[in-house]
Design a protein around this ligand. Sequence first.
Ligand code: XMP
Length: 517
Amino acid sequence: MQQKIIILDFGSQTTQLIARRIRELNTFCEILPYNRFPHDDPSVIGVVLSGSPFSVYGKDAFTLDLDGIIGHYPVLGICYGAQLIAHSLGGKVEPQGTREFGRAQLEIAFPDNPLLKGLDNPTQVWMSHGDTITGLPEGFHVIASTKTVRFAAYQSDTLPVWGVQFHPEVYHSLQGSRLLENFVIDICGSLKQWSPSGFVESSVSSLREQLGNDRVILGLSGGVDSSVTAMLLNKAVGDRLTCIFVNHGLLRKNEYEDVIRLYEGLGLNVVGVDASEMFFSRLKGVSEPERKRKIIGAGFIEVFENEARKITDARWLAQGTIYPDRIESLNITGKVIKSHHNVGGLPDRMNLSLCEPLKWLFKDEVRRVGREMGMPEKLVSRHPFPGPGLAVRILGEVTPEKVRILQEADDIYIKALRSWKTGEPGMEKPLYDQIWQAGAILLSDVRSVGVMGDERTYENAIALRAVTSTDAMTADWAHLPYDFLAQVSNDIINSVKGVNRVCYDISSKPPSTIEWE
Ligand code: XMP
């Protein structure tokens, strides 16, 4: 049985980070809304209570009956989680007046405590809280403090229950991973069963069992998630998997041909459908971004469905859904919100069952699984690319000529990102691998003035975007070297006909989004 840690989510922005840190410890974990603890699941070996934007004593507070959890499993409360345990068991939590936010030095009173052993003393931790614990329940004692927070970490005298006021899951808590390792491996007794090779092996055998001799269809996009799904299924059912790759004409330069070739080289059974003309004709005269998205989404399903119907004996539709697509997170009102599902009713209409072999994986785990199966690095480390493709990177109406201009500029930019390396001597990495996502945007409604000889010209402006991120929920603009930007700007203006100006986008998300439309 696969052991698991349950993370009960009280709405903190860093809940997913806790999960990713635990997975990095080769331990499976699942995020559940705070009131959905699986009391009868025998594979649970420990529980983490997350942070929250709320106060434990507020009228909207999330309350949880800790009976049935405390005393039954090792428990670690983080921030709100720690306050909730203290508050529920008779301790005291009070508002602080001002929110404490930022780095703090944690002074450890008991360096041999199972949760804190091996940490430097003092060690830097990250605080982000408005309330603070001012009294521990009876039977609990403090194990670490900071200058301003007396009960920064505490433990029960008799039960495996800990609380920490800081956030060990964030990068700025320098030894947070060590603390989580102490909890997950030593205290909960994880056997470290979760690994890319273990995942491949167990998925292939469970897919064989699930699919039997049935035929499976999968929509490939050229992206990491659908490609890794295809490889996994190919390992499980071989050529009973048919992959369909639709070209909507809004892909990067040469991408359709390159990716099909790459897939065929991997032994996948791929059907390519070039529907560019249809998409261009439907997008004619349309400039509103959401309408463009709807047209492309509906057109994609139509083409895919037409093709899929030709495979008359198919029983399954496979999808590259990953864990963050499915996590039920809590919004600010405490309501559970479920992220979109991107199949648009297709399985029901076509009477197919849905198969989602990556549904438990985070993006970085998907990449590791891809590498484990020997997929080429170029495919595994690809940046995310939006489903509607270049249509959301061309402001206003999309035409084949605008797509051509943008493809040329984007190609120069992406190739340069792949070849320009930075880093300590001996540790240099291409810029491409240091960022989450990059692309060029055609500001086609802007008429940019230029001079060519003695003539004034009116041409297009291109914006370049590159961001760092871990999940696309928040992102910062990448601080690309000036020399690099200078070279790319020069190359684009000199070689892409129709472009006479290049800008670099220095907005972070929020408030901006990654895509311009
Ligand atoms: P934004 O622009 O919302 O983008 O910050 C976040 C991530 O989502 C991608 N994106 C899309 N992906 N269909 C998609 O499949 C879309 O309509 C779409 N819009 C944005 C974007 O590239 C980034 O990775």
